[in-house]
Ligand binder design. Structure first.
Ligand code: UDP
Length: 324
């Protein structure tokens, strides 16, 4: 039997790199493609000697062909609000041109295709928790629109390739996910709080901290992707943890796990920050037999070593800016 070959766009990112590991463990050979805008080589360092793994530093907004593949996992896109607002045009481009190129690769080789979409498709939702059938409440011209609308376009393009060209597509709507390999300085709430707690700095809670998010540990999230990849569902599926926390509660959990004496400082709430976010995962449970296993306290505990090392490395590199 020949080894199946999977292409992962955004393969050097937080989720992309964990996906590469899971696919290799599942017996695939893997080619990771990333332009390193927000992805990092260090996320793939441990695969340097893996014979079934290949890395291509390349921009998928340009047409590409890395040879025959059996599966395309399209994960390229800045994903933290700080990153996608800094790289707004790149985010829109990878959601449109990059998505067409990834879909074309799947079409050319008759490969299956799975794209990472997002709970941001629901915007600041008026339905709670969010089912896949909810069309969302998105500001199309606000600061987050570069991401939200890029991903909504990505979903539309994916469904069009499925309908018009019969490409065998899947769409996963990812809710807040955390764990090792998140960038310490990407501005997302868990890395921010972990970094602040470990350094003894104030934890910056935006607004009153009453807005909610539902946090999924990375191993649960990846397991959901693999199950969806093996299913025959073409419509979007939510993969996320339905345990909902206020951001203030999340700050307290981080303080408890780190044993930090940091205090909480309230800062201004960013524009269009969704007030609540929680997946209805009935579809994933029924269709894929999937549900998350790791609760927030355990997941934070499992992430602690990584964040301690990341803080130490960050401090060392700010003292010796030339070396990293
Ligand atoms: N947040 C916060 N302090 C921080 C970073 C984020 O209070 O230092 C809040 C942010 O306003 C949002 C939530 O935490 O309500 C999650 O933010 P994140 O950037 O992680 O992801 P989002 O779910 O907004 O895409």
């Amino acid at each position: 039997m020949t080894t199946k070959r999977a292409l992962v766009t955004g393969g050097a990112g937080f989720l992309g790199s964990h996906l590469c590991d899971a696919l290799l463990a599942d017996g695939y050979s893997v080619i990771a493609v990333d332009n390193l805008l927000t992805g990092r080589r260090s996320n793939l360092e441990h695969l340097r000697t893996e014979a079934r793994f290949e890395f291509q530093e390349s921009d998928i907004n340009q047409p590409f062909d890395f040879g025959k593949v059996d599966y395309v996992f399209h994960f390229a896109c800045p994903a933290s609000p700080v990153d996608y607002m800094q790289h707004g045009i790149e985010t829109l481009k990878v959601g449109s041109a990059g998505t067409f190129n990834a879909l074309e690769a799947a079409r050319k080789y008759g490969a299956r295709y799975l794209v990472s979409s997002t709970s941001e498709c629901y915007g600041d939702p008026l339905e709670h928790p969010q089912k896949e059938t909810y069309w969302g409440h998105v500001n199309p011209i606000g600061p987050r629109s570069v991401y939200d609308e890029a991903k909504r376009f990505t979903e539309a393009a994916t469904m069009a390739y499925h309908r018009y060209y019969k490409v065998d597509t899947r769409i996963v709507r990812i809710f807040n996910t955390y764990g090792p390999r998140m960038q310490l300085n990407d501005g997302r709430v868990i890395p921010n709080f972990m970094k602040q707690a470990l350094r003894g700095e104030d934890l910056t809670v935006y607004g009153s901290g009453s807005q909610t998010r539902s946090f999924c540990y990375v191993s649960d999230e990846i397991e959901g992707f693999l199950r969806l990849a093996k299913s025959s569902e073409h419509l979007p599926v939510n993969i996320g943890n339905p345990s909902e926390f206020t951001i203030l509660e999340c700050a307290k959990r981080v303080l408890a796990v780190t044993g930090s004496k940091s205090t909480i400082r309230y800062e201004e709430l960013p524009q269009d920050d969704p007030k609540q976010r929680c997946p209805d995962i009935t579809k994933a449970k029924t269709l894929l037999g999937w549900e998350p296993k790791v609760n927030l306290d355990i997941g934070l505990q499992m992430s602690l070593e990584y964040f301690k090392k990341a803080v130490a490395l960050d401090e060392a590199s700010s003292k010796n800016p030339g070396k990293s």
